[in-house]
Design a protein around this ligand. Structure first.
Ligand code: CA2
Length: 144
């Protein structure tokens, strides 16, 4: 079983700025933690990040026939991107939406997710643990 972790815009800045909102852990640190837990479960994981909406669409297309599940922190594109929503529904790859912060407890413009309705479910507000919970959800979805 393979799980693709997709990360959207500005998540490459994690751990370097705004530690009060997003914590001090870098995306590279998160990747190490997720891969440790995944290997203990016999699951292969790939991490990708892009600041470009089109590239994220291409990553989703490229996962066809390769990844069983996508765990997706779409960053700010969560709230705006019909293209990402269409890529998720168009490929049919089971996708789990994750967020570090509780988007429903923040500014109103973050309450709406354009991708939520085409995802299996949403995990938000658990900081770095949202990624580990996302991995667990992906394993559950695939029944492994
Ligand atoms: O809580 C999340 O995971 C978000 O997806 C993070 C996005 C935000 O636009 C979403 O509403 C919720 C922002 C990611 C930006 O990350 C930064 C990290 C460090 C410094 C600045 C931005």
């Amino acid at each position: 079983m393979k799980v693709l972790f997709l990360n959207g815009p500005n998540l490459n800045l994690l751990g370097t700025r705004e530690p009060g909102v997003y914590g001090k852990t870098t995306l590279a640190d998160i990747e190490v933690m997720v891969k440790e837990q995944a290997s203990a479960s016999g699951v292969e994981v790939e991490f990708l990040q892009s600041n470009s909406e089109g590239e994220l669409v291409s990553f989703i297309h490229g996962a066809r026939g390769k990844a069983n599940c996508i765990v997706f922190n779409a960053g700010a594109y969560t709230h705006t991107s019909i293209a990402l929503r269409d890529a998720i529904s168009g490929t049919g790859i089971p996708t789990i939406e994750i967020h570090l912060s509780n988007i429903h407890a923040r500014e109103e413009f973050r309450h709406k997710s354009m991708i939520a309705a085409v995802c299996v479910g949403q995990i938000a507000g658990f900081g770095v643990s949202s990624y580990l919970l996302g991995l667990q959800a992906a394993i559950n979805v695939n029944g492994k």
